[in-house]
Design a protein around this ligand. Sequence first.
Ligand SMILES: Nc1ncnc2c1ncn2[C@@H]1O[C@H](COP(=O)(O)OP(=O)(O)OP(=O)(O)O)[C@@H](O)[C@H]1O
Ligand SMILES: [Mg+2]
Length: 306
Amino acid sequence: MIRVEGLSKTFVQGFWMRRVEAVRGVTFSVDAGSVFGFLGPNGAGKTTTIKMLTGLIAPTRGRAELLGAPIGDPRVLRRVGFLPENPYVYPYLTPREFVEMCGELSGLRGAACRDRARRSLERTGVWYAADRQVRRLSKGMLQRTGLAAALVADPELLILDEPMSGLDPVGRREVKDLILEERQAGRTIFFSTHILADVEALCDRVAILRSGVVVVSGALSELLRAEAQSTEVVLGQVGGSLAGALEAAGLGLAWAGDRARVEVPGDQVEEVLRQALEAGAKVVSVSPHHTTLEDLFVREAIQGEA
Ligand SMILES: Nc1ncnc2c1ncn2[C@@H]1O[C@H](COP(=O)(O)OP(=O)(O)OP(=O)(O)O)[C@@H](O)[C@H]1O
Ligand SMILES: [Mg+2]
């Protein structure tokens, strides 16, 4: 659905022609039917990449395709729903008028267009305010109106620049559910975000951008599995000989009352549990530490910067 190869953007600004290399040779692709998370700290180049994908700005170098056609092809853009970073909604329109207008721009007409606009506004939870002027809406209501506009033409591909921004916890949950519903219906979703918990809950694949360069990309499950480290085992009724054997194997015990907590490398867990059971100890808990996406993000996207 999206193929990006060596995409770069250099902004040149001001009298001194200062150059900002916002995106530097980004390559990734997004498969049909997947949810792809595009991550990176502030200023990493996410919005700049999305603007190139949606034809708002021209790349300095590299190429990209949406649905098999070069970016900027107007026939293809009709099949793509786009939520910009700060959706601009004409202030004197109402959400209903704005979303209907977006539907018409995507080729919808008459009752079908009105119907789709209504359903989109219902799905994003602003139908109750459909006839208020946009300038009287709150930030979150504006975001929801922008999202309804992205959905109105039932697009095959959704490109969303920080869809959860400005939403309250209920709104975030609703947008999460909406993304899952769209995926269920076979759509492809590409979205940028800073909210890593949402990425863990939603995405099949991710790319992490740092200073305009992709520093990590791949299937989320594989990235996190490769990171899996140790397992915490808590034992009860640990006798002196078992404690001695574990200490001798280089596994330190931390005591809390009559319970001993021990950090075990992933490949030694079964052996430690076998030893413990044979020695008559009780296994209180076994909890693998999964490295969260946050650890990966902090290490690759923030600390890597130094
Ligand atoms: N029109 C522009 N002219 C000059 N520099 C720009 C322009 N747009 C973006 N930049 C610069 O490009 C870099 C990347 O910005 P971009 O908006 O793509 O980041 P981002 O990853 O979307 O960040 P955020 O998470 O804050 O939204 C920044 O250094 C920014 O200052
Ligand atoms: Mg941005």
